[in-house]
Design a protein around this ligand. Sequence first.
Ligand code: IMP
Ligand code: MG
Length: 180
Amino acid sequence: MNQDIKEVLFSKEMIDQRVQEIGSKITKDYQMKDLVLVGILKGGVPFLADLIRAIDLPLEYDLMAVSSYGASTKSSGTVKIMKDLDMGIEGRDVIIVEDIIDTGLTLHYLLQNIRSRRPTSLKVATMLDKPSQRKMQIQPEYNGFEIPDVFVVGYGLDYAGKYRNLPFIGILKEEIYQKK
Ligand code: IMP
Ligand code: MG
């Protein structure tokens, strides 16, 4: 699988260290709060799994699934809830946990949707941020790394469902998606 990667942007060690830093920050910011992390399937799962263990506080987590790009590398702009939360979040302190913010369309929709359930507070943690592609004004409170406009895979990020299990984040060779 590694032969499909043109360049590794963030090694496993870099990711681990950044997740620990974000976890420590959240631990400081959420003392005495009623913390709920909402992981976004499927890309947010590795980050969620590592982040919860880097937070030294009582917390709960839940999962939501929204429609994704399918096999395309560009955003369709349409968002649909495929799996909703199991728990109520009214009056609780919610952090949405995402793999990447690109156009911001997904998060814009999710923020509105979750805000309507009246959490006490609502913030965003994302592993990656591609600010150059933004269509909606969204600024994550917790951000792993900023990247330029490149298509990346690994650590939850996929191309056509694959590569999510890579322990690093890298740029996919163009020939891989030109083949399809
Ligand atoms: P947005 O709605 O454009 O912000 O897109 C967010 C979603 O697009 C993410 O949750 C990813 O599933 C997907 N996405 C955006 N950029 C990339 C990328 O470089 N690699 C893999 N998936 C991406
Ligand atoms: Mg995706």
